[in-house]
Design a protein around this ligand. Structure first.
Ligand code: MCA
Ligand code: AMP
Length: 483
């Protein structure tokens, strides 16, 4: 198949492609660096990428895609248990990392390539790889309600079609300069935020880590688009009143896009009132890439995620699976989607893959929504109460409960999410201590979860209980906990 990145071979050689802090690459430099690396990757099926927010991560993933090899992005803050699971499950042939990175022991046994971004000469792009549309491009790990994260196998076709559909919806061109500070081990920051601009032949400036100052600086210095999760827009909304430079920067942007979780209407309205700009929401999922968006030329109605993207079939279904045919803005159903944007399977999990699809190929998202008469989708909730969205990260309650139960001070544990103005939801741990006289502290439990899983999965609140409320079957009644 043709390259996912025509601009590596086009007439754009001297144009900027990537900038991270004060380090940057033009398209010619990116072609040389990825061409040299791709030549070393061709014999592997899958390679892991230590996905720090650095230039090397972008070079590694593009090189893998150029070589026709699947990339497995790893959260560099993953704890030992999470990392051990992902490595064992995905069995990468080697690990790509920035030079000098200190790696934890869980990955020490893997063969490692330190990426050289400063490839001199006219190495140029790699020759066209023999990869086909349906071949895997990425394996991205995503949490479910129970058990360890599952590896969603995302084909090249899905990456290409989702990015081209977004280009149509957002009038996204090679003239656009994107700014963001998203992590590079999830779809939002990596596929939309890095591969997106490169597929268009445009450029991206990554902030290293999100800050409102960084956003203001880049938008006032030529960047045209901003991507962020609602927590980032919340922090922007909180900061606007005292920061005229931030107001000016947002007012001048071409497009402000939010996704990964619901953007509260209050934050949407505060940004609109201060800047005159309305944030555009889009809705996606690791397994489906992008499904809907408010269009750049459409009406950005607060609280909706817009209309299905070109090529995406979307329907709402009742509990019994029958499709809802009248769009009245009130009837709630589960969103199901079908189209070239979908993942192929969960790696090594045929059971989970089969459960995720209907017999005729619709993917069950688990998101509950209504649809207005003109087709706009409004997400109203989730089917599973055991999935928590915190800071735009999806976190499974079961995974954290299992980690808590491995703490010697914990006899029983339940995990829920509760509303949080900054994070959307925050993780709450309900714990029956092994010794009621000396229950484990929040700090202790947070460290324990952060070390085993990842810092964003740590509980932010802990309640100690004498017993967990259970029904006759012994199942924990989570709704009773908050009462
Ligand atoms: C705190 N930290 C700790 C501990 N406590 N580290 C170890 N042990 C501890 N006990 C560290 C954290 O790692 C972090 O470090 C820092 O202290 C602050 O922690 P935290 O409060 O969690 O971070 P934050 O600054 O509040 O983060 C907010 C955020 C972040 C920046 C909005 O949540 C974020 O980047 N969210 C993006 C999620 C995302 O991209 N989701 C896409 C998936 P440090 O600051 O150094 O990290 S969804 C998706 O892809 C689909 C397709 C879609 O639709 O988009
Ligand atoms: P993930 O599995 O981490 O890719 O997260 C996907 C989930 O994020 C979806 O199933 C939705 O629940 C949620 N999500 C993504 N975008 C939006 C949005 N714009 N509004 C509400 N929820 C969203």
């Amino acid at each position: 198949m043709t390259s996912l990145f025509p601009a590596l071979r086009g007439a754009t050689a001297d144009r900027p492609a990537l900038r991270f802090g004060d380090r940057s690459l033009t398209y010619a430099q990116l072609a040389a660096a990825t061409g040299a690396l791709a030549a070393r990757l061709a014999r592997y099926d899958r390679v892991a990428v230590w996905a720090t927010p650095e230039l090397e991560t972008a070079v590694a993933v593009v090189a893998a895609l150029e070589a026709g090899v699947a990339a497995v992005p790893l959260n560099p803050k993953s704890g030992e248990k999470e990392l051990g699971h992902i490595l064992q499950d995905s069995a990468p042939g080697l690990l790509l990392t920035a030079p000098g990175t200190e790696l934890p022991s869980a990955v020490a046994a893997l063969e490692r390539i330190d990426i050289d971004i400063d490839v001199q000469g006219t190495g140029g792009p790699s020759p066209a790889s023999p990869a086909r549309d349906g071949d895997p491009a990425l394996v991205v790990y995503t949490s479910g309600t129970t058990g360890p994260p599952k590896g969603a196998v995302i084909p090249r076709r899905a990456v290409a079609t989702t990015l081209d559909a977004l280009a149509d919806a957002w009038q996204w061109t090679s003239e656009d300069v994107l700014v963001h500070g998203l992590p590079l081990f999830h779809v939002h920051g990596l596929v939309l935020g890095i591969l997106g601009p490169l597929r268009r032949g445009g450029s991206v400036r990554h902030l290293g880590r999100f800050s409102t100052d960084g956003v203001a600086r880049e938008l006032n210095d030529g960047a045209t688009m901003l991507f962020g999760v609602p927590t980032m827009y919340h922090r922007i909304a909180e900061t606007l009143s005292g920061e005229p430079e931030l107001v000016k920067s947002l007012a001048g942007a071409r497009l402000l896009v939010s996704g990964s979780a619901a953007l509260p209407v209050h934050d949407h309205e505060r940004i609109a009132a201060a800047t005159g700009r309305r944030v555009v929401e889009r809705y996606g999922m690791t397994e489906t890439l992008m499904n809907t968006s408010v269009r750049a030329d459409g009406e950005p109605r607060a609280g909706t995620v817009g209309v299905p993207l070109p090529g995406v079939e979307l329907r709402l279904v009742e509990e019994d699976g029958s499709p809802i045919t009248s769009y009245d803005g009130e009837t709630v159903g589960e969103i199901q989607v079908r189209g070239p944007n979908l993942f192929t399977e969960y790696l090594n999990r045929p059971d989970a893959t089969a459960a995720a699809f209907t017999a005729d190929g619709w993917f069950r998202t688990g998101d509950m929504a209504v649809r207005d008469g003109d087709g706009y989708v409004r997400i109203v909730g989730r089917k599973a109460t055991d999935l928590i969205k915190s800071g735009g990260y999806k976190i499974g309650a079961g995974e954290i409960e299992n980690a808590l139960l491995e703490h010697p001070g914990v006899r029983e544990a339940a995990v829920t999410g509760e509303p949080d103005p900054d994070l959307g939801e925050r993780i709450v741990a309900w714990v029956v201590p092994a010794d009621p006289q000396s229950p484990p502290s929040l700090e202790d439990l947070a460290d324990h979860v952060a070390r085993r899983l990842a810092p964003h999965k740590r509980p932010r609140v802990v309640h100690h209980l004498a017993a967990l409320p259970r029904n006759d079957m012994g199942k924990i009644m989570k709704r009773a906990l908050h009462d």
